[in-house]
Design a binder for this molecule. Structure first.
Ligand code: SF4
Length: 222
């Protein structure tokens, strides 16, 4: 559906305040849904979550993280064995390649620990800004950017927070209008909002906390 974009020059900061308040009210405890107990597990789970539900990833990592406890463990097995272990998350060949490539670099260049800077994380194979933002925000409490997944992308466009289609441009737009001390919680809240209310096919607008300030053409009244 083609959307007619609008601008809100004078109202922008008011709208942002209302959006943040609405998200706070509805999702006060929004957190990363990927189960993990350390930065390495979060990194692996985030790589596996591409084109896959968090529920499926959590199911797979239950056994995976018992078998693979350190980055070296992912390198000890043949790639085919890792592929079998993660097969049900889809795209298992590329994901296994990314996991082994990232593990090798973590061992060889980062002393066995997942790096804690954007620049270093982006050097890991298979890691782009979305994954790096998840790891930095959730595992290290660092607000270096905003996670833009499929939900954040859709909701940001519906709320006119960005006109772009490209995740990196949407992230740049969001970083300009969302206060930095909210970047981490905003990411989790937007993902949850998109997953539970502002759904792709049929958004639940009548129960949406942002309904009054949303002018999306995707809005529905019932
Ligand atoms: S009113 Fe509807 S389209 Fe707008 S943000 Fe809420 S759920 Fe999404």
């Amino acid at each position: 559906m083609t959307k007619k974009k609008k601008s809100f020059p004078g109202r922008q900061s008011d709208r942002i305040r209302q959006i943040l308040a609405g998200l706070d009210h509805t999702f006060p405890d929004a957190q990363c849904a990927l189960k993990h107990s350390n930065p390495l597990e979060l990194l692996i789970a985030t790589i596996l979550s591409a084109q896959c539900t968090d529920a499926r990833v959590n199911l797979v990592t239950q056994d995976l993280f018992r078998k693979y406890r350190a980055p070296q463990d992912y390198l000890r097995v043949p790639q085919e064995e890792l592929e079998t272990d993660i097969r049900s998350t889809g795209f298992f060949h590329n994901k296994a390649k990314s996991i082994r490539g990232a593990s090798a670099m973590i061992v060889e260049r980062f002393g066995g620990s997942v790096p804690a800077s954007m620049e270093e994380l982006l050097r890991l194979p298979g890691v782009a800004r979305k994954t790096a933002n998840v790891v930095l925000g959730v595992a290290y409490g660092k607000a270096e950017g905003i996670v833009v997944d499929t939900h954040v992308l859709r909701v940001s466009r519906r709320l006119d927070l960005s006109n772009s289609q490209a995740p990196e441009n949407i992230e740049r737009d969001l970083m300009q209008i969302i206060p930095r001390n909210r970047w981490i919680s905003f990411s989790h809240q937007m993902i949850l909002h998109g997953r539970t209310i502002c759904k792709a096919r049929k958004p639940l607008c009548p129960v949406c906390p942002l309904e009054k300030i949303c002018e999306s053409e995707d809005k529905c009244s019932r």
